[in-house]
Design a protein around this ligand. Structure first.
Ligand SMILES: [Zn+2]
Length: 491
């Protein structure tokens, strides 16, 4: 064969091969890892995908379990460096082979040097105000540290030191917190403490809420804590609060209310005991007036517990945000949408008013979702999801129904929902967990996030794809809400 013939043959082969490939539909589909060349720094990852039902799948020669609908999920360990995986699907004479190269960086054991703490000269403070709502103050200068409180725009902070990307905030001479430097805008350095004065504290009511209003000379940081009987509110950088000697009479919501001013700590503490359980609260500034808004106990009819109750449903993800993707490629956002639409119908039939964060497949920002729920005066906010795991975990060990909450006031709701779902759906119990998420952090409405089942557990995925199961899941969520509301009637 002369050289020209070889070139011609190769060209033909290339063209035919190219053409052939473009029309050939692979039976084998891999939805995760997302790319055949990728980096994953975990002890293991998983291959999530599907093939023709009945076909066999091997990963580096090892047989994978293929489920009835063709789904497979296989955990594979990763070693440092390059990991090569050959995934082969065989169905009679049909054969698909994919190769994945996954790079894993060795664990960086070198300690990152701690940034230096720069304390400002004694009695010198930088005053700065917060630029974004829901800014956390943390216990330590790092993003994983515990959140002490969340503050809104224009709250004035007294700063006395800097460490790395964080400022140290002086809440009182004995209490410090940390805020990211880029969360505040500095406006002056003063050689003395700037403390706020309270003029008068009032308690008022409307149909749904009780308001405790504190007019201040400027917006200071605060911290609210749920107690067993109500709330404690700490106001920092306070000079004086003449209302600490005032006697507040009890109201429909408030059993007792007293203020304790600790001048030495520049702190004013409000002790609020409630007549009933907490149904939600919110703290915010209107100009320089701090408002603590407490939800009144709702009227619940034990026979029709959802009657006239406003429920906000947040449909997890949407639009460009797919959420988790199941082995055959179905997206979590679509599962969430369907369960939520079914739930809406069930709740409305039971007499509730339902507010949805989306009713179609579209993008919505996380904070827009909680804002909408709050604006609608909803009593309860449910965020509906289907779960997945990060690399390093094993979906055959961790799966089932889980409910997340963040604030103590929402714990009973989370627990009742999880128990109802697990018992009615016969799913594995994945527990109730305290998780700090945008959709679990609101203190009003009561907020929980439901993970109905796992998208990446093949049997649970098959359930999520089943219309009857999704209907049952919606019914169980409704039943869980009813169980919870009923349980509060005699408390
Ligand atoms: Zn989700």
């Amino acid at each position: 064969m002369n050289i020209n013939k070889i070139i011609l043959k190769s060209l033909l082969f290339f063209l035919l091969g190219f053409w052939g490939q473009s029309v050939y539909a692979y039976a084998l589909q891999i939805v995760y890892p997302k790319s055949p060349n990728t980096q994953i720094d975990a002890v293991s990852t998983f291959f999530i995908g599907s093939t023709t039902p009945g076909a066999s799948v091997t990963i580096n020669g090892k047989e994978a379990k293929v489920f009835e609908n063709g789904s497979f999920v296989e955990v594979v360990p990763l070693k440092d460096g390059f990991n090569r995986f050959t995934i082969e699907s065989k169905n009679g004479t049909e054969k698909d082979i994919f190769t994945y190269i996954i790079k894993k960086d060795p664990k960086n054991t070198q300690a990152v040097p701690e940034p230096e703490l720069i304390e400002f000269p004694k009695n010198e403070y930088l005053y700065a105000s917060i630029v974004k709502n829901n800014t956390p103050l943390r216990a330590q200068p790092n993003e994983n540290a515990q959140r002490i409180t969340h503050l809104n725009t224009d709250t004035v902070l007294m700063i006395d030191a800097k460490k790395g990307d964080y400022y140290r905030v002086s809440l009182s001479p004995v209490r410090k917190a940390w805020v990211r430097c880029d969360s505040v805008v500095g406006y002056s350095t003063i050689n003395s403490k700037m403390l706020a004065t309270v003029t008068d504290v009032t308690v008022t009511d409307d149909k749904l809420y009780t308001y405790i209003k504190t007019p201040l000379s400027f917006a200071v940081p605060y911290k609210i804590t749920e107690t067993d009987t109500g709330l404690t509110l700490d106001l920092y950088n306070i000079k004086e609060n003449p209302s600490d000697t005032k006697i507040f009479p009890p109201t429909e919501t408030i059993k007792s209310f007293a203020i304790n001013n600790v001048a030495l700590e520049n702190k004013s503490t409000y002790f609020i005991e409630l007549n009933n359980k907490l149904w939600g609260y919110d703290v915010y500034y209107e100009n320089n007036c701090l408002i603590l808004k407490i939800r009144k106990t709702p009227q619940i009819d034990a026979n029709y517990p959802l009657k006239d109750i406003v429920i906000a449903i947040d449909l997890g993800h949407g639009g460009d945000e797919y959420g988790a993707v199941g082995p055959t490629g179905v997206k979590e956002k679509d599962i969430n949408l369907d369960i939520s639409l079914k739930l809406k119908e069930m709740l409305e039939k039971a007499g509730a008013t339902v507010v949805m964060t989306r009713t179609s497949d579209c993008n919505i920002e996380l904070y827009e979702r909680t804002k909408l729920a709050k604006k609608s005066d909803a009593l309860i906010l449910l965020s509906i999801h289907a779960n997945a795991l990060a690399d390093g975990a094993d979906p055959y060990k961790k799966h089932g129904t889980a409910v997340f909450y963040y604030n103590k006031e929402s714990f009973e709701l989370a627990k009742t929902l999880k128990n109802t779902l697990v018992s009615e759906l016969s799913t594995f119990d994945d527990g109730v967990s305290n998780y700090s998420l945008v959709l679990t952090r609101p203190t009003m409405p009561l907020s929980v996030l439901i993970e109905v089942a796992y998208m990446i557990h093949p049997e649970e995925y098959a359930l999520l794809l089943d219309e009857n199961f999704r209907q049952k899941a919606a019914t169980s969520i409704k039943n869980g809400l009813e169980n919870y509301l009923k349980s509060t009637v005699n408390n």
